[in-house]
Design a protein around this ligand. Structure first.
Ligand SMILES: Nc1ncnc2c1ncn2[C@@H]1O[C@H](COP(=O)(O)OP(=O)(O)O)[C@@H](O)[C@H]1O
Ligand SMILES: [Mg+2]
Length: 564
C-alpha cells in the first residue's frame, strides 16, 4: 500500500471516528442536565479524596509532634470527608444508572423505529439476529460510553490536574516524575487503539453470528429434530463460539499488553515516590506528613492516567458500536408521498417496470393494468416473480425502474408508496401470525375493530367455525408464528386480518395454499361477497380459483400477459 493510500485511510478512519462521536453527542443532548449533575457529584467525590490526602498529612504531622487535641479534630474532619466522598460516590452511581437506562432506551427506541421506517429490501439483507445484536449489545455499549465512560474520563482528567498541582505544591520534581506514566499510557492507547477498534468490530460481528445462529435454530426447532441436527447444531454453535472466543481473546490480549505496560510503570512510580520520600525525610527536607502526601498523591496522579488509558478501549468499543448502529440509520428511509386519494374503487397501473434483486432482472419492461373492482388471478411458475410483483406494488423496494400508480374512479392518482398501504390489505405468503390471541392478530388489520367486526371477518375467511370451537374462542392464545393451530387455520386468520381492514385493494399471495379445495372455495366466496367489494389480486397455483376471477394474468419471460 502506498503512503498516500495509507494516509487517506488514516484520515477516513479519523473522520469516521469524528462522525461517530458527533452522532453519540447528538443523542446526548437531552441528557446533558443529568450528566452535569453526575459530573458535579463525581468531581465533588474527587476533590474530597484529594482533600483526604492533605488532611492525612496534617494528622500525621500533628501526631509526630504530639499535638493530641488538634489531632482529634482532624480525625473527625477526616471521617466526615471520607463519609462525604462515599456518599457522593453512591449518588453518582445512582444517577449514572438512571442515565444509562434512559439513554439506552431512548437510542434503542429510535433505532428500532428507524429499522421500521427503512425500506424493506434494505433491511431484509440483515439477519434478524444481527439486528437484535445491534439493538441490544451495541446500544448498550453506546449508552455505557455516554453514561459511564465519558463522565469518568472527564472526572479523571480533573482528578489528574488537581492532584498534579497539589503534589507540585509540595514537590515539583516528584509531581513531574509521576507524569512519566503518561507517555507509556498514551503510546499504549494510541497504538493499540486502532487495533482495538478493529478487534471490537470483529467481536461484535461474531456475537451477531452466534446470536443469529441460535435464534434461527430455536425458531426452527422442528427442522433440527426432523433432520436429527441436534449434534450438528451443537457443534456448529461450538464453532461459532470458538470463533468468538478467538476474537475476544485477541482483543483482551491487546488490552492486557497495554495494562501490563502501564502497571509496571505504575509500580515504578510508587517505588520512586517511596524512596524519594525516605531520602527527603533522612535529609529532613520534608515531614512525615508530606511523605504520606507523596505516597498517596503519586498514586493519585498515576491511577487516573492508567484508568484513562484503560477507558480508551471502552470508548473505542463505544465508537465501533456506534458505527454499527449508524450503518442501520444510514439505510435509505422509505419515501412517503404525503398525499392520499379517496380510497374507493382503486385500480393500479403498472407501466414498463423493470426490476431485479441483483443484475438478473425479474421484470423487464413489464406493464399491466389492474382495473378497479376486478378480481385478477396471477399465475406463473414458482420463482417467476409473483411475490416480487406484490412487493413492487406495495413499494417494499426502492430500486425499481418504470411506473406503478394507483388510481380511483375520480381520476386521482398516487404512485406506489408507503402512503398507499393505507388502502391495501395484504395476505403475504407463508405464516405471518404473531404470538398472542387470535383477536389480537385480527386487530392488527384494524386496531379499533369491534368484536363483531372481528367475528364477521373470521366468518368470511371461513375461520369462525374452528375458532368458535376453541374453549376461549377469539381469545384463544396462539404461539409464535401461529404455534398451536394448523397451517391452514393460520392462513384463514391471516385472511381475516386483511379483510377486517375493509380496504379497497386486497392482495392474496398464495394465501389459501394450505386449504382443502372446499374450504378454499368457501374462503373465496366469502371474499367475493365481502362488503365493500375490493379490487383483488389473487396469486395462486390452483385452477379451481379461476372461476372466482374476472381475469387471469400470467407472468412469463419477465413480462405480464393476459391469459385466455
Ligand atoms: N429477497 C430476494 N433477494 C434476491 N432474490 C430474490 C429475493 N426474493 C426473490 N428473489 C428471486 O426473485 C425471483 C422471483 O421470486 P418470487 O417473486 O418470490 O417468485 P414467486 O413467483 O414464486 O413468488 C426468484 O428467482 C427469486 O430467487
Ligand atoms: Mg411467491
Amino acid at each position: 500500500m502506498g503512503k498516500i493510500e495509507k494516509l487517506k485511510r488514516y484520515w477516513s478512519r479519523r473522520n469516521d471516528a469524528k462522525e461517530y462521536f458527533k452522532w453519540c453527542l447528538s443523542y446526548t443532548k437531552p441528557y446533558i442536565p443529568q450528566l452535569l449533575l453526575l459530573m458535579f457529584f463525581d468531581l465533588g467525590a474527587t476533590l474530597l479524596s484529594v482533600g483526604m490526602a492533605i488532611i492525612g498529612k496534617e494528622m500525621i504531622d500533628r501526631a509526630a509532634v504530639g499535638n493530641l487535641s488538634d489531632l482529634w479534630k482532624i480525625i473527625a474532619i477526616y471521617v466526615v470527608v471520607i463519609l462525604g466522598a462515599q456518599l457522593l460516590g453512591i449518588i453518582s452511581t445512582l444517577v449514572s444508572t438512571v442515565v444509562y437506562e434512559k439513554f439506552g432506551f431512548g437510542i434503542r427506541k429510535k433505532v428500532y423505529r428507524r429499522i421500521l421506517d427503512t425500506c424493506w429490501i434494505d433491511v431484509s439483507k440483515y439477519h434478524t439476529g444481527d439486528l437484535m445484536t445491534r439493538l441490544t449489545s451495541d446500544v448498550s455499549a453506546v449508552s455505557d460510553g455516554i453514561a459511564n465512560t465519558i463522565p469518568t474520563i472527564i472526572r479523571l482528567v480533573v482528578e489528574l490536574l488537581v492532584t498534579f498541582f497539589t503534589l507540585a505544591y509540595y514537590d515539583l520534581r516528584l509531581a513531574l516524575f509521576a507524569l512519566l506514566v503518561a507517555p507509556i499510557a498514551m503510546f499504549a492507547s494510541v497504538i493499540l487503539g486502532r487495533k482495538l477498534k478493529y478487534l471490537t468490530v470483529k467481536v461484535q460481528e461474531t456475537e451477531s453470528k452466534y446470536r443469529s445462529f441460535m435464534q434461527e435454530s430455536l425458531a426452527n426447532i422442528l427442522i433440527e429434530k426432523s433432520f436429527c441436527l441436534e449434534d450438528y447444531s451443537e457443534e456448529r454453535l461450538t464453532q461459532l463460539r470458538d470463533e468468538r472466543i478467538y476474537w475476544v481473546f485477541k482483543r483482551n490480549r491487546t488490552n492486557m499488553y497495554a495494562s501490563a505496560a502501564m502497571g509496571l510503570s505504575f509500580q515504578l512510580g510508587y517505588i520512586v515516590a517511596f524512596a524519594w520520600g525516605a531520602i527527603c525525610i533522612a535529609n529532613k527536607t520534608i515531614t512525615y506528613g508530606t511523605m504520606t502526601v507523596f505516597l498517596q498523591l503519586v498514586n493519585r496522579i498515576q491511577s487516573p492516567i492508567v484508568s484513562l488509558a484503560q477507558l480508551v478501549p471502552r470508548l473505542i468499543s463505544m465508537l465501533a458500536s456506534a458505527g454499527r448502529i449508524i450503518e442501520l440509520q444510514n439505510l435509505p428511509k422509505e419515501k412517503y408521498e404525503g398525499k392520499a386519494i379517496e380510497p374507493e374503487k382503486i385500480g393500479v397501473k403498472v407501466e414498463t417496470v423493470s426490476f431485479g434483486y441483483t443484475d438478473e432482472l425479474v421484470f423487464d419492461q413489464a406493464s399491466i393494468d389492474f382495473k378497479p373492482g376486478e378480481f385478477t388471478a396471477i399465475v406463473g411458475k414458482s420463482g417467476i416473480g409473483k411475490t416480487t410483483l406484490v412487493r413492487l406494488i406495495m413499494a417494499f423496494t426502492n430500486k425499481m425502474k418504470g411506473n406503478i400508480e394507483f388510481y380511483n374512479a375520480k381520476g386521482e392518482t398516487i404512485p406506489a408508496c408507503p402512503d398507499a398501504r393505507n388502502f391495501i390489505a395484504y395476505v403475504p405468503q407463508g405464516n405471518t401470525l404473531f404470538s398472542g390471541s387470535i383477536k389480537d392478530n385480527v386487530l392488527m388489520g384494524k386496531k379499533d375493530a369491534t368484536d363483531e367486526e372481528v367475528v364477521t371477518a373470521l366468518k368470511s375467511a371461513a375461520a369462525y367455525d374452528f375458532v368458535n370451537e376453541f374453549p376461549d374462542g377469539i381469545d384463544t392464545v396462539i404461539g409464535e408464528k401461529g404455534v398451536g393451530i394448523s397451517e391452514g387455520q393460520a392462513q384463514r386468520i391471516a385472511i381475516a386480518r386483511a379483510l377486517v381492514r375493509k380496504a379497497p385493494f386486497l392482495i392474496l399471495d398464495e394465501a389459501t395454499s394450505s386449504l382443502d379445495e372446499s374450504t378454499e372455495l368457501s374462503v373465496l366466496e366469502g371474499i367475493r361477497r365481502w362488503n365493500p367489494s375490493p379490487t383483488c389480486l389473487l396469486i395462486t397455483h390452483r385452477r379451481s380459483v379461476l372461476q372466482y376471477c374476472d381475469r387471469e394474468i400470467k407472468i412469463e419471460n419477465k413480462k405480464m400477459v393476459v391469459a385466455q
